[in-house]
Design a protein around this ligand. Structure first.
Ligand SMILES: *[C@@H]1O[C@H](CO)[C@@H](O)[C@H](O)[C@H]1NC(C)=O
Ligand SMILES: *[C@@H]1O[C@H](CO)[C@@H](O)[C@H](O)[C@H]1NC(C)=O
Ligand SMILES: *[C@@H]1O[C@H](CO)[C@@H](O)[C@H](O)[C@H]1NC(C)=O
Ligand SMILES: *[C@@H]1O[C@H](CO)[C@@H](O)[C@H](O)[C@H]1NC(C)=O
Length: 321
């Protein structure tokens, strides 16, 4: 697989933007885990924000997706959710993706991860002392995360989706099994919204095979999971699923499985996981991993992850389902 990958070392994302100016791109970043400086580094490398943290205005039309787990293991919960709001507010045209000829950040999808759910549930096992301090102590943190607090309210009512679909790519923290896929993207989001309303923490959507915790697509044998994945994608009317949740700490690289039908984008960005650096970019059907280049914060090392021979046997496989 490695030998098949073509590595492009372009003179950075700026050159890329010029040559592909008319196309829309999707950028997705996985688990932040409480490390603002690392996240700022990744988003700058991926051409989303500038060196001051401001959302770039002149970029090629871009939809940004964060696949959950902003919180825990690091101290920067507040700064990171402020950044998320800034990106959301800065996506001037649409908060949900539409066909558009506009430039700049045209869509922003903040998704919940299992660690957001844990904090809303009051499961604070992975909260650091520095994070408590940043809120002004345990009680102040608890208040901020309650349904009346600024952060709890944001997550219960606005940043409360579990999944998003953008032009055939479906994004989710853990993974959508073929069972959950039957609800469809909107149905799954609605199911989570209803469960959050009471809240109904015992709902199986928050369980180990639910979309927040499921790890099968990242860990199980391809012989076992590729077929159910394909079924899930068909139900979701998607070509590929992009997931976080299972950090790729050995390779430090985005993992492509089932011939490009699933991409695992959690490389362990946070210092708690080794301060690795990656984002996924999708333009049309071209899928590219973006990695930091030491000493060149505005550049990306680009690795083509577009599946080869895609679709050759599609009609055959579709009939199998
Ligand atoms: C984003 O917009 C909301 C709603 O207008 C506002 O409450 C919030 O303060 C804004 N946040 C940032 C960081 O711009
Ligand atoms: C949540 O998902 C629904 C579609 O299921 C979409 O209409 C809505 O804009 C999304 N909200 C956010 C904040 O992305
Ligand atoms: C959506 O993806 C298709 C390829 O599957 C591509 O031809 C099209 O340009 C994409 N649309 C946008 C708006 O990027
Ligand atoms: C397509 O299907 C045929 C017959 O099952 C098989 O021999 C061939 O290897 C498949 N090609 C690809 C690219 O999967």
């Amino acid at each position: 697989m490695h030998s098949l990958r073509i590595v492009f070392l372009l003179a950075g994302v700026f050159q890329f933007r010029q040559t592909q100016a008319a196309l829309q791109r999707i950028v997705a970043v996985g688990d932040y885990h409480g490390d603002y400086p690392q996240v700022a580094k990744v988003l700058r490398m991926a051409g989303i924000i500038d060196s001051t943290g401001a959302v770039l205005k002149a970029m090629q039309p871009t939809v940004f997706v964060q696949t959950g787990d902003v919180v825990d293991r690091g101290p920067d919960t507040i700064a990171l959710f402020e950044l998320m709001q800034r990106l959301y507010n800065g996506s001037t045209m649409f908060h949900s993706y539409q066909e558009s000829s506009a430039s700049g950040l045209i869509g922003m999808f903040p998704l919940l991860g299992n660690h957001e759910i844990m904090n809303l549930q009051g499961d604070l096992r992975y909260v650091t002392a520095e994070d408590y301090a940043s809120f002004g102590g345990r009680e102040a943190r608890r208040a901020a995360w309650s349904s009346q607090g600024w952060l709890g309210e944001l997550l219960f009512t606005t940043f409360n989706n579990v999944t998003a679909i953008v032009n055939g790519s479906v994004f989710v923290h853990g993974g959508i099994t073929s069972e959950w896929a039957q609800l469809g993207v909107d149905g799954l989001n609605n199911h989570v919204h209803n469960a959050l309303k009471e809240p109904r923490w015992r709902d199986s959507v928050f369980g180990s095979n639910g979309p927040f915790w499921y790890r099968g697509y990242a860990l199980e044998n391809e012989d076992v999971v590729c077929k159910p994945l394909k079924k899930a994608l068909k139900l979701l009317k998607a070509k590929r699923m992009i997931i976080g949740h299972t950090p790729q700490l050995e390779s430090k690289e985005i993992l492509s499985r089932c011939n490009g039908q699933v991409f695992v984008i959690d490389v362990g960005i946070s210092s708690a996981y080794g301060a690795n650096c990656a984002a996924l970019e999708i333009v049309g059907d071209i899928v590219t991993a973006l990695y930091c280049v030491p000493g060149k914060p505005d550049e990306a090392r680009r690795v083509d992850l577009t599946p080869k021979l895609e679709g050759l046997n599609r009609s055959l496989d579709d009939n199998e389902l």
